[in-house]
Design a protein around this ligand. Structure first.
Ligand code: AHG
Ligand code: MN
Ligand code: MN
Length: 336
């Protein structure tokens, strides 16, 4: 009896990264080791997300984080899970979390800590209790070798987004999908619950160069800068649709797959934007550019942006190149 041809090889994410690392003789499997830790942590988080109502992790913790935001129980569960899993990967030096005021120093750069993991453990917290898609976002930097121990850890952390060695996110939606890049394209994996492994779904994903969907919270229209208001007015007469889930990771994932543009402009409430540069905007900007898209802060290319503080916020404009250019054209008009 002839055997059915394999329709799709079963490739796990660890296998996928290991195969790519072979292309770099000097790589010693470090990224594989880190990303396998991230996949383990996100599988644990996913198990809580899927049982939130019965695992006692719904609702608020009754405290606020450094962002001044109400902390959800699942924020802490996700944060603790990542810290516990990655804290024991010996090449991890520093961990920076949206939920922690200060970095967690696992092993200082001077005593062997090689990588910095920056993460938003649970993105879209306001959607947890109403069963809407949420996610986890991560970014990986290498500790710098040109910094003296006496300068502390901040100069290692406040590197431009273009220095990231890996970035990705997990979106806990109708299925659980992990998207990552190490600078060799963008690859998608779907969690197969029957074997508990992320298996390869799409390699070298390309974002459509255009898409008539814009994603913004238009409730803040009145406080947006004038060029953004003019762009939003323009969309109303040019056949655009609007989608806004309120979880950055979900709005970005749709934009990555379908094309379009996501905007979180400066507002009166958040004059520097609401989203955090180091562990929300930078990782998604790395992925967007690796998939052929673009990411700006309405003024400069996001991956060139200097970070001056751990939890620094930034305006974010990210998506298909033609759509990002269209938004920026309203800014350039304002300058001429
Ligand atoms: P987080 O839950 O990690 O604090 O992130 C929430 C962010 C982001 O996910 C989303 O795009 C944005 O907040 C929504 O903000 P608004 O409710 O102001 O639109
Ligand atoms: Mn977030
Ligand atoms: Mn968060």
């Amino acid at each position: 009896m002839s055997r059915e041809p394999l329709t799709r090889p079963i490739i796990t994410i660890v296998q996928h990264i290991a195969e790519r690392q072979r292309a770099f003789p000097e790589a010693k499997g470090d990224l594989t080791w880190i990303l396998s830790g991230i996949t383990l942590a996100t599988r644990i988080i996913e198990s809580y997300v899927r049982r939130a109502g019965i695992a006692g992790v719904l609702g608020e913790l009754g405290t606020e984080n450094i962002q001044g935001e109400v902390v959800q129980k699942l924020d802490i569960v996700a944060n603790e899970t990542i810290l516990r899993v990655l804290g024991y990967r010996d090449i991890v030096g520093i961990m920076v979390s949206e939920e922690d005021d200060e970095p967690t120093i696992v092993k200082s750069p001077g005593s062997g800590g090689k990588y910095i993991i920056l993460f938003d453990p649970l993105d879209g917290s306001s959607n947890i209790d109403v069963n809407v898609t949420i996610g986890t976002i991560f970014s990986v930097l290498r500790c710098r070798e040109d910094i003296d121990e006496s300068e502390g850890t901040l100069p290692h952390i406040l590197q431009r987004g273009s220095y990231q060695v890996a970035a990705g996110y997990v979106v806990y939606g109708s299925s659980t999908v992990l998207v990552y890049t190490t600078g060799q394209g963008v690859h998608l994996f779907t969690l197969d619950p029957s074997i508990g492994a992320f298996t390869l779904h799409t390699e070298h994903l390309q974002m459509p160069t255009s898409g008539k969907t814009y994603s913004v919270n238009e409730a803040y229209y009145d406080s947006f800068p004038d060029p953004v208001q003019k762009y939003l007015d323009w969309t109303k007469h040019n056949g655009y649709g609007q989608r806004y889930i309120g979880s950055l990771v979900a709005d970005f994932h749709r934009t990555l797959l379908k094309g379009g543009v996501f905007l979180y402009p400066p507002t009166r409430k958040n004059p520097k934007g609401k989203l955090r540069l180091l562990y929300e905007a930078n990782p998604l900007a790395f992925i967007a550019e690796q998939a052929g898209g673009a990411a700006w802060d309405f003024n400069e290319r996001l991956l060139d942006k200097r970070a001056d503080a751990l939890h620094e916020r930034t305006p974010l404009l990210i998506g298909s190149t033609e759509e990002v250019e269209k938004v920026m054209s309203f800014h350039d008009r304002g300058k001429s």
